[in-house]
Design a protein. Structure first.
Length: 158
């Protein structure tokens, strides 16, 4: 299955060869796919599972958008990790446990960066939220790519 996915992605790389290397292209495709999956799962969870109503778990009450965010995370976290490990960063020789732990740290950092930057751009610089989200995505994607390449899935030196 992995080989078929990689072959499918690599088939389209020649169209982008001049602007990005193969690994970056694979990262863009896998990351973009996971973002779209996240948005779809969020939408379905928010509208059709939660019906835009709070989720009372007995010990905590979650607003519907927060509950939908968490529900989508439980699917997109493993899919993002698996695509990164087996499609994008296949040269890494770190153990899977180390990669998973580092990936989790990266995802939590990305979540925090999203929150802080959105707050900064909207509340302090008074940017429109859509522009703020666009700028935040650019910064977080660059940070995430660099972190995955040089930390989460780096190659151990022999």
């Amino acid at each position: 299955m992995r080989d078929k996915i990689v072959a499918f992605i690599d088939f389209f790389h020649p169209l982008f060869r001049r602007i990005m290397p193969l690994q970056t292209f694979r990262y863009a495709v896998c990351g973009g796919t996971n973002v779209v999956l996240d948005l779809v799962l969020f939408f379905i969870s928010f509208h059709f599972i939660l019906h835009k109503e709070v989720l009372d778990l007995g010990f905590i009450v979650l607003k519907p958008y927060n509950a939908a965010l968490i529900m989508a995370f439980f699917i997109t976290f493993p899919t993002g990790f698996l695509m990164s490990k087996y499609i994008v960063w296949t040269e890494s020789n770190l153990s899977g446990k180390v990669q998973l732990f580092r990936y989790f740290l990266l995802v939590m950092t990305n979540f925090f960066l999203n929150y802080v930057m959105m707050k900064f751009f909207v509340e302090f610089l008074h940017f429109f939220p859509t522009l703020a989200k666009f700028l935040t995505i650019i910064i977080v994607v660059f940070y995430s790519y660099t972190s995955q390449k040089y930390f989460t899935f780096k190659e151990k030196k022999a």
